[in-house]
Write a protein that binds this ligand. Structure first.
Ligand code: GDP
Length: 269
């Protein structure tokens, strides 16, 4: 039976079997607290409520994996998950803090900027970024700011970028086409001869885009970033392998405020 499946289906199944191996590794409030590693790392980023946790849970086929990132004290942390064989992980997922939740202090926003900029600019093992954008809202100002942090490394091809336009089940055909076209227009600014930038409609309800996203992260996990060469797996300032319990207690901030017309939470249903 399996032999009659198209190759793409077999690839998708392999990718989904691999993403299913994801398990929580550690959490950290700042870049230098992350473990030094040469494993390729795929980061998941997005505005609060964009559907990031849902997408991670769906990709890994684990109902509660990313909700580790929503527990008190961890919402502003970078949460790492290991993938591959238990005794020899071959890649990491990094779930980065959601941003853009309205009505939060300025200090929290500055802190968000520092954590994100440091991570996206300096984390050497970063090989891919998956940005979740609510398909009804499009890119917010903070999404654009985040893209600016990582744009230099996307431009060189060191970091691949995939934008998932989430909650696509809420759009009709015409709106979906428009959301895709608008995203492509924004992302065109990042494109170079060396860049690898993709965009896809995504829905947790219909599972649209899930298999493609799994294949994308699977492929990304097998490409070692050029700037993570031999002997340089340690990020500047890395002091070692700070584990979850130490880092988790330092929180207490809410999420940073959003600027611009798309601020505030939107209904979910
Ligand atoms: P996060 O803050 O980015 O992690 O967002 P969540 O994953 O918690 O999702 C925020 C809300 O959007 C929740 O109520 C989800 O059930 C809802 N949601 C997420 N993905 C989808 C989707 O594809 N379709 C629909 N209709 N709702 C979704």
């Amino acid at each position: 039976m399996t032999s009659s499946l198209p190759a793409a289906d077999a690839d998708a199944r392999r990718a989904l079997a691999w993403t299913h191996t994801a398990r929580f590794l550690t959490t950290a409030a700042q870049l230098h607290q992350l473990p030094a590693t040469e494993l390729p790392e795929i980061a998941f980023v997005g505005r609060s409520n964009a559907g990031k946790s849902t997408a991670i849970n769906l990709l890994t086929q684990q109902k509660r994996l990313a909700f580790a990132s929503k527990t008190p004290g961890r919402t502003q942390h970078i949460n790492l998950f290991a993938l591959g064989p238990k005794d020899a992980p071959d890649a990491l997922f990094a779930d980065l803090p959601g941003y853009g939740y309205a009505a939060v202090a300025r200090g929290a926003k500055l802190r968000w900027q520092k954590v994100m900029a440091d991570y996206l600019e300096l984390r050497r093992s970063l090989s891919g970024v998956v940005l979740m954008v609510d398909s009804r809202l499009g890119f917010t100002e903070l999404d654009r700011q985040l893209l600016a942090f990582v744009a230099p490394r996307v431009g060189t091809g060191a970091v691949k970028l995939l934008v998932l336009l989430t909650k696509a089940d809420k759009l009709n055909r015409r709106e979906s086409d428009a959301a895709l076209a608008e995203a492509q227009r924004v992302l065109a600014d990042l494109a170079t001869d060396d860049s690898d930038v993709g965009v896809s409609l995504f829905s947790a309800l219909s599972r649209r885009g899930v298999a493609d996203a799994a294949q994308w992260v699977h492929a990304g996990s097998r490409s070692i970033p050029p700037d993570a060469g031999a002997g340089v797996g340690v990020d500047e300032g890395t002091q070692g392998d700070v584990r979850a319990a130490d880092a988790a207690s330092a929180d207490g901030h809410g999420e940073p405020p959003e600027h611009g017309p798309a601020s505030g939470r939107t209904p979910d249903t």
